[in-house]
Design a protein around this ligand. Structure first.
Ligand SMILES: C[S@@+](CC[C@H](N)C(=O)[O-])C[C@H]1O[C@@H](n2cnc3c(N)ncnc32)[C@H](O)[C@@H]1O
Length: 217
């Protein structure tokens, strides 16, 4: 694929926009559903929890989240206006029942008061964080005491083989993420790396290693 095409894929993954952004979001949700479910399951969600997700894409997985326990409230934050709209459209029933709430933010300052959430998670977004240490401190601030944060990402060793990740992706190994976390007040609960088969853009199957790190405030 030409350099321009790879650049376009990278910028859509980072910030979906336009007609193409809707298609990319459907593809992302399908390809990444295993990672997303793994992140949600590692949160051990109890009934009546308030949950925040950063970078939900089209949020096609919110129904799965609501299956985890009763009387949950889900809050989604996105930087992409298109993903905010798509998430609201796909989850319109949950939105009208005031179970799901979506907002846009700048990717740095989380627009909620301190100690607002029981659980926070994010999947496949760390590659785009402008200031990881600052965002981790924001996540810490809005999490309740003893609350959990679940960070799920594909390992840099896999990501670096994808031709588009050279355009605007910061790649992470487990060790590199752990070093970031060690600089915060979070306590690590568990770290798990799994490998799954995923279909590449050219249709071949590839082994993707991904990691979920669960931390506690
Ligand atoms: C690669 S997609 C992943 C979407 C979904 N979580 C998944 O795994 O399929 C990255 C998404 O995160 C959003 N994003 C990028 N930087 C972000 C940040 N700092 N905070 C929240 N969302 C962000 C993008 O707009 C995009 O929708």
């Amino acid at each position: 694929m030409e350099q321009e095409g790879l650049h376009e894929i990278a910028s859509q993954l980072k910030h979906p926009t336009g007609e193409k952004g809707i298609e990319i979001a459907i593809m992302m949700n399908e390809t990444n559903i295993n990672m997303t479910r793994h992140s949600i399951q590692n949160l051990n969600i109890a009934k009546e929890s308030l949950i925040l997700e950063l970078g939900h894409g089209n949020a096609g997985h919110v129904e799965f989240l609501f299956e985890q326990a009763k009387n949950l409230k889900y809050y989604g934050l996105e930087m992409s206006e298109l993903m905010f709209q798509e998430a609201r459209r796909i989850n319109r029933n949950f939105v009208s029942q005031k179970q799901a709430f979506f907002s846009i933010y700048d990717g740095n300052a989380i627009p909620f008061k301190k100690e607002s959430f029981d659980k926070i998670f994010t999947v496949n977004t760390i590659y785009f964080w402008q200031d990881p240490q600052k965002l981790l401190s924001e996540i810490y601030r809005v999490l309740k005491p003893n609350g959990n944060f679940c960070l799920t990402f594909a390992e840099g060793s896999f990501m670096k083989k994808l031709p588009f990740t050279q355009y605007g992706f910061e790649l992470y190994s487990t060790e590199k993420v752990q070093n970031l976390i060690h600089k915060t007040a979070f306590k690590t609960v568990c770290t798990e790396t799994l490998t799954e088969k995923v279909k590449s853009k050219t249709g071949e199957l590839a082994d993707r290693a991904f990691t979920t790190i669960v931390v506690e405030k």
